[in-house]
Design a protein around this ligand. Structure first.
Ligand code: KIV
Length: 283
Protein backbone atom coordinates (compact mmCIF):
# COMPACT_ATOMS: atom_id res chain seq x y z
CA UNK A 1 0.00 0.00 0.00
CA UNK A 2 1.36 3.41 -0.88
CA UNK A 3 1.84 6.09 1.74
CA UNK A 4 -0.97 8.02 0.06
CA UNK A 5 -3.41 5.12 0.35
CA UNK A 6 -2.48 4.48 3.95
CA UNK A 7 -3.13 8.14 4.72
CA UNK A 8 -6.40 8.15 2.78
CA UNK A 9 -7.55 5.10 4.69
CA UNK A 10 -6.94 7.00 7.90
CA UNK A 11 -4.55 4.31 9.05
CA UNK A 12 -1.53 6.53 9.26
CA UNK A 13 -0.89 10.07 10.40
CA UNK A 14 1.12 12.13 7.92
CA UNK A 15 4.78 12.47 8.95
CA UNK A 16 7.61 14.76 7.95
CA UNK A 17 9.20 11.66 6.39
CA UNK A 18 6.19 11.36 4.06
CA UNK A 19 6.55 15.03 3.23
CA UNK A 20 10.27 14.75 2.50
CA UNK A 21 9.59 12.17 -0.22
CA UNK A 22 6.36 13.83 -1.34
CA UNK A 23 7.63 15.85 -4.26
CA UNK A 24 9.69 13.20 -5.93
CA UNK A 25 7.63 10.18 -4.95
CA UNK A 26 4.82 8.45 -6.81
CA UNK A 27 2.41 9.50 -4.04
CA UNK A 28 2.56 13.15 -5.02
CA UNK A 29 -0.77 14.97 -4.97
CA UNK A 30 -1.98 18.26 -3.60
CA UNK A 31 -1.65 18.55 0.18
CA UNK A 32 -4.67 19.80 2.10
CA UNK A 33 -4.32 21.95 5.19
CA UNK A 34 -6.77 24.01 7.24
CA UNK A 35 -6.51 26.09 10.35
CA UNK A 36 -8.41 25.00 13.43
CA UNK A 37 -8.72 26.52 16.89
CA UNK A 38 -11.18 24.51 18.96
CA UNK A 39 -11.84 21.02 20.27
CA UNK A 40 -15.09 20.22 18.44
CA UNK A 41 -13.92 21.42 15.03
CA UNK A 42 -10.74 19.42 15.59
CA UNK A 43 -12.85 16.33 16.32
CA UNK A 44 -14.63 16.86 13.03
CA UNK A 45 -11.41 17.35 11.07
CA UNK A 46 -9.95 14.28 12.72
CA UNK A 47 -12.65 12.24 10.97
CA UNK A 48 -11.83 13.64 7.53
CA UNK A 49 -9.03 13.02 5.05
CA UNK A 50 -7.42 16.41 5.71
CA UNK A 51 -3.61 16.15 5.71
CA UNK A 52 -2.64 18.84 8.22
CA UNK A 53 -4.07 21.19 10.80
CA UNK A 54 -2.48 24.52 11.64
CA UNK A 55 -3.36 26.28 14.87
CA UNK A 56 -2.64 29.61 13.25
CA UNK A 57 -2.13 32.87 15.05
CA UNK A 58 -5.03 33.98 12.82
CA UNK A 59 -6.98 32.92 15.91
CA UNK A 60 -6.17 36.44 17.09
CA UNK A 61 -8.44 37.79 14.35
CA UNK A 62 -11.17 35.19 14.05
CA UNK A 63 -11.46 33.86 17.61
CA UNK A 64 -10.17 36.60 19.91
CA UNK A 65 -11.25 39.64 17.88
CA UNK A 66 -7.86 41.38 17.82
CA UNK A 67 -7.01 43.77 14.98
CA UNK A 68 -3.72 42.02 14.22
CA UNK A 69 -2.05 38.72 14.92
CA UNK A 70 0.59 40.86 16.65
CA UNK A 71 -1.55 40.84 19.81
CA UNK A 72 -1.56 37.05 20.18
CA UNK A 73 0.46 35.73 23.12
CA UNK A 74 2.22 32.44 23.72
CA UNK A 75 -0.12 31.27 26.49
CA UNK A 76 -3.12 31.85 24.20
CA UNK A 77 -1.57 29.67 21.48
CA UNK A 78 -0.94 27.02 24.11
CA UNK A 79 -4.58 26.92 25.24
CA UNK A 80 -5.98 26.60 21.71
CA UNK A 81 -3.23 24.21 20.62
CA UNK A 82 -3.96 21.83 23.47
CA UNK A 83 -7.70 21.90 22.67
CA UNK A 84 -7.08 21.08 19.02
CA UNK A 85 -4.60 18.33 19.93
CA UNK A 86 -7.21 16.71 22.20
CA UNK A 87 -9.78 16.83 19.39
CA UNK A 88 -7.54 15.66 16.58
CA UNK A 89 -4.99 13.15 17.89
CA UNK A 90 -4.83 11.54 14.44
CA UNK A 91 -3.81 14.63 12.49
CA UNK A 92 -0.46 16.16 11.69
CA UNK A 93 -0.64 19.32 13.81
CA UNK A 94 1.39 22.48 13.39
CA UNK A 95 1.51 25.36 15.87
CA UNK A 96 2.14 28.96 14.85
CA UNK A 97 4.70 30.80 16.93
CA UNK A 98 3.16 34.16 17.84
CA UNK A 99 4.72 37.59 17.36
CA UNK A 100 7.57 38.56 19.65
CA UNK A 101 8.19 35.05 20.94
CA UNK A 102 11.14 34.42 18.59
CA UNK A 103 12.67 37.87 18.34
CA UNK A 104 15.98 36.72 19.79
CA UNK A 105 17.80 33.41 19.47
CA UNK A 106 17.78 32.14 23.05
CA UNK A 107 14.27 33.31 23.89
CA UNK A 108 13.03 32.05 20.52
CA UNK A 109 14.41 28.55 20.90
CA UNK A 110 13.06 28.35 24.47
CA UNK A 111 9.57 29.50 23.50
CA UNK A 112 9.47 27.18 20.50
CA UNK A 113 10.46 24.18 22.60
CA UNK A 114 7.86 25.17 25.19
CA UNK A 115 4.95 25.32 22.73
CA UNK A 116 6.08 22.17 20.92
CA UNK A 117 6.31 20.21 24.15
CA UNK A 118 3.14 21.54 25.81
CA UNK A 119 0.83 21.09 22.82
CA UNK A 120 2.15 17.80 21.51
CA UNK A 121 2.20 19.22 17.98
CA UNK A 122 4.17 17.60 15.18
CA UNK A 123 5.69 20.90 14.10
CA UNK A 124 5.93 24.67 14.48
CA UNK A 125 5.55 27.49 11.99
CA UNK A 126 7.67 30.65 12.10
CA UNK A 127 7.14 33.67 9.88
CA UNK A 128 9.86 35.19 7.71
CA UNK A 129 13.38 34.34 6.64
CA UNK A 130 15.22 36.98 8.66
CA UNK A 131 18.76 35.93 9.70
CA UNK A 132 17.84 35.30 13.35
CA UNK A 133 14.76 33.28 12.30
CA UNK A 134 16.94 31.10 10.07
CA UNK A 135 19.30 30.51 13.01
CA UNK A 136 16.42 29.52 15.27
CA UNK A 137 14.99 27.20 12.60
CA UNK A 138 18.41 25.54 12.18
CA UNK A 139 18.73 24.96 15.90
CA UNK A 140 15.20 23.58 16.16
CA UNK A 141 15.44 21.27 13.18
CA UNK A 142 18.81 20.03 14.45
CA UNK A 143 17.10 19.29 17.76
CA UNK A 144 14.38 17.23 16.11
CA UNK A 145 11.67 19.87 15.97
CA UNK A 146 10.02 20.04 12.54
CA UNK A 147 9.55 23.60 11.29
CA UNK A 148 7.36 25.05 8.57
CA UNK A 149 8.50 28.31 6.98
CA UNK A 150 6.21 31.15 5.91
CA UNK A 151 7.08 33.85 3.37
CA UNK A 152 5.32 36.47 1.25
CA UNK A 153 2.63 38.23 3.21
CA UNK A 154 3.69 37.61 6.79
CA UNK A 155 0.95 39.19 8.92
CA UNK A 156 3.12 39.58 12.03
CA UNK A 157 5.20 42.08 10.00
CA UNK A 158 2.19 44.04 8.76
CA UNK A 159 3.61 47.33 10.01
CA UNK A 160 7.13 46.60 8.80
CA UNK A 161 5.80 45.67 5.36
CA UNK A 162 3.51 48.68 5.28
CA UNK A 163 0.27 46.74 4.88
CA UNK A 164 -1.20 43.50 3.63
CA UNK A 165 -0.64 43.12 -0.12
CA UNK A 166 0.45 40.66 -2.79
CA UNK A 167 4.17 39.89 -2.98
CA UNK A 168 6.35 38.94 -5.96
CA UNK A 169 4.98 41.57 -8.31
CA UNK A 170 8.35 42.94 -9.38
CA UNK A 171 11.75 41.46 -10.11
CA UNK A 172 13.33 42.51 -6.78
CA UNK A 173 10.51 40.96 -4.82
CA UNK A 174 10.57 37.78 -6.96
CA UNK A 175 14.31 37.30 -6.45
CA UNK A 176 14.01 37.94 -2.73
CA UNK A 177 11.21 35.39 -2.32
CA UNK A 178 13.10 32.68 -4.21
CA UNK A 179 16.19 33.44 -2.13
CA UNK A 180 14.18 33.29 1.11
CA UNK A 181 12.59 29.96 0.17
CA UNK A 182 16.02 28.47 -0.56
CA UNK A 183 17.47 29.77 2.69
CA UNK A 184 14.55 28.29 4.64
CA UNK A 185 15.10 24.98 2.90
CA UNK A 186 18.76 25.14 3.84
CA UNK A 187 17.84 25.88 7.46
CA UNK A 188 15.90 22.61 7.44
CA UNK A 189 12.18 23.43 7.12
CA UNK A 190 9.92 20.55 6.10
CA UNK A 191 7.60 22.80 4.08
CA UNK A 192 6.97 26.47 3.33
CA UNK A 193 3.74 28.48 3.37
CA UNK A 194 3.56 30.93 0.48
CA UNK A 195 1.04 33.62 1.37
CA UNK A 196 -0.32 36.11 -1.17
CA UNK A 197 2.46 35.58 -3.67
CA UNK A 198 2.02 36.24 -7.38
CA UNK A 199 1.19 32.87 -8.91
CA UNK A 200 4.08 32.54 -11.38
CA UNK A 201 6.52 33.40 -8.58
CA UNK A 202 4.90 30.82 -6.30
CA UNK A 203 5.27 28.27 -9.12
CA UNK A 204 8.95 29.21 -9.52
CA UNK A 205 9.58 28.83 -5.78
CA UNK A 206 7.81 25.45 -5.84
CA UNK A 207 10.16 24.32 -8.62
CA UNK A 208 13.23 25.72 -6.85
CA UNK A 209 12.92 23.87 -3.54
CA UNK A 210 12.67 20.19 -2.67
CA UNK A 211 10.28 20.69 0.26
CA UNK A 212 6.52 21.05 -0.34
CA UNK A 213 5.10 24.54 -0.70
CA UNK A 214 1.66 25.22 0.75
CA UNK A 215 -0.08 28.17 -0.85
CA UNK A 216 -2.66 30.62 0.41
CA UNK A 217 -3.56 33.13 -2.25
CA UNK A 218 -0.58 31.94 -4.30
CA UNK A 219 -2.24 30.23 -7.26
CA UNK A 220 -2.51 26.54 -8.04
CA UNK A 221 1.07 25.67 -9.01
CA UNK A 222 2.10 24.87 -5.46
CA UNK A 223 2.25 21.55 -3.61
CA UNK A 224 -0.74 22.15 -1.37
CA UNK A 225 -3.27 24.68 -0.17
CA UNK A 226 -4.05 26.06 3.26
CA UNK A 227 -7.02 28.21 4.25
CA UNK A 228 -8.38 29.75 7.42
CA UNK A 229 -11.33 27.48 8.23
CA UNK A 230 -13.45 30.42 9.41
CA UNK A 231 -13.08 31.99 5.94
CA UNK A 232 -13.79 28.74 4.11
CA UNK A 233 -16.99 28.13 6.09
CA UNK A 234 -17.80 31.86 6.42
CA UNK A 235 -18.10 31.85 10.16
CA UNK A 236 -18.01 35.63 10.55
CA UNK A 237 -19.90 38.64 9.18
CA UNK A 238 -17.01 40.01 7.11
CA UNK A 239 -16.19 39.09 3.53
CA UNK A 240 -13.39 36.51 3.42
CA UNK A 241 -10.21 37.47 1.51
CA UNK A 242 -10.53 37.52 -2.30
CA UNK A 243 -8.64 34.25 -2.80
CA UNK A 244 -10.97 32.26 -0.52
CA UNK A 245 -14.27 31.11 -1.98
CA UNK A 246 -16.42 29.98 0.96
CA UNK A 247 -18.07 26.57 0.60
CA UNK A 248 -20.78 27.39 3.17
CA UNK A 249 -22.25 30.37 5.03
CA UNK A 250 -22.35 29.32 8.66
CA UNK A 251 -22.72 32.92 9.83
CA UNK A 252 -26.10 33.27 8.09
CA UNK A 253 -27.18 29.77 9.08
CA UNK A 254 -26.44 30.36 12.75
CA UNK A 255 -27.98 33.83 12.71
CA UNK A 256 -31.19 32.49 11.16
CA UNK A 257 -31.36 29.64 13.66
CA UNK A 258 -30.85 31.94 16.67
CA UNK A 259 -33.35 34.45 15.28
CA UNK A 260 -35.98 31.66 14.89
CA UNK A 261 -35.25 30.47 18.43
CA UNK A 262 -35.59 33.97 19.88
CA UNK A 263 -38.89 34.49 18.08
CA UNK A 264 -40.41 31.80 20.31
CA UNK A 265 -39.68 34.01 23.36
CA UNK A 266 -41.71 36.77 21.87
CA UNK A 267 -45.17 35.25 21.77
CA UNK A 268 -47.29 37.27 24.25
CA UNK A 269 -50.50 35.71 22.89
CA UNK A 270 -49.17 32.23 23.40
CA UNK A 271 -47.48 31.87 26.81
CA UNK A 272 -47.88 28.08 26.66
CA UNK A 273 -45.60 27.91 23.67
CA UNK A 274 -42.92 29.80 25.58
CA UNK A 275 -43.37 27.42 28.53
CA UNK A 276 -43.09 24.39 26.28
CA UNK A 277 -39.93 25.71 24.75
CA UNK A 278 -38.39 26.23 28.19
CA UNK A 279 -39.49 22.76 29.18
CA UNK A 280 -37.90 21.30 26.15
CA UNK A 281 -34.61 23.04 26.83
CA UNK A 282 -34.34 21.73 30.37
CA UNK A 283 -35.66 18.24 29.72
O1 KIV B 1 -2.22 32.07 11.05
C1 KIV B 1 -2.61 31.51 10.03
O2 KIV B 1 -3.77 31.13 9.90
C2 KIV B 1 -1.65 31.30 8.96
C3 KIV B 1 -2.18 30.80 7.66
C4 KIV B 1 -2.88 31.89 6.95
C5 KIV B 1 -1.13 30.18 6.83
O3 KIV B 1 -0.51 31.55 9.13
Amino acid sequence: MSVYNEIKAGAKKLTTRDLRSWKKGPTRRSLSALTCYDFQTAQLLNETELDMILVGDSLGNVILGYDHTISVELHEMEIFGKAVRRGAPGKFLIMDMPFGTYATFTQGVENCLHLFQKTGAEGLKLEGAFPHVLEIISRLTNSGVPVMGHIGLIPQSVHGLGGLYQHGKDEVSRERLVREAKSLEQAGVFSIVLECIEKTVAAEITQSVTVPTIGIGAGVDVDGQILVINDLLKMGPNRPPKFCHPIADFYSLKKEAITRYLETFNLPSNPTKKYELGNHIHS
